[in-house]
Design a binder for this molecule. Structure first.
Ligand code: 5GP
Length: 113
């Protein structure tokens, strides 16, 4: 496992990315390969590899992540048309980057899952 994965470098601004929101606990930035007109990633600033690492001590980060995603959807004006939040976990979930993240996608009619 990479010690300093790509999302950690984005959070600490070691590499440039399109950060659209950051506070003490979370960072939101545009996906480098957007699959939808709106495709934002929301991540915890501290390293949490996947949702399997959520426990009693860090569980409230999920509220921060989802609350941030919803606020961004509102700011981007896609809240009324609608959007989807996705959390991929491990191999079968097709999680590519080993740093917990939620995808905010929207801006067009999404396929049924
Ligand atoms: P996963 O499949 O792990 O849920 O999604 C990882 C996402 O991270 C993918 O949609 C991919 O396009 C995005 N991604 C991978 N590398 C980078 C990067 O260097 N910068 C940004 N902004 N997004 C990335």
């Amino acid at each position: 496992m990479e010690k300093n994965n790509i999302f950690e470098k984005i959070i600490s601004r070691q590499i440039k990315s399109d950060i659209i929101f950051q506070d003490k606990r979370v960072t939101a930035f545009k996906d480098i390969r957007p699959k939808y007109p709106v495709h934002i990633l929301i991540v915890p600033n501290t390293k949490i590899v996947s949702s399997n690492e959520i426990n009693e001590n860090n569980k409230y980060i999920l509220t921060d992540i989802f609350f941030t995603a919803i606020n961004i959807a509102k700011k981007m004006g896609i809240h009324n048309s609608g959007y989807r939040l996705i959390l991929n976990c491990n191999n079968h979930g097709r999680q590519e980057i080993p740093h917990l993240h939620v995808h905010l996608i929207g801006g067009e009619l999404l396929k049924n899952i």
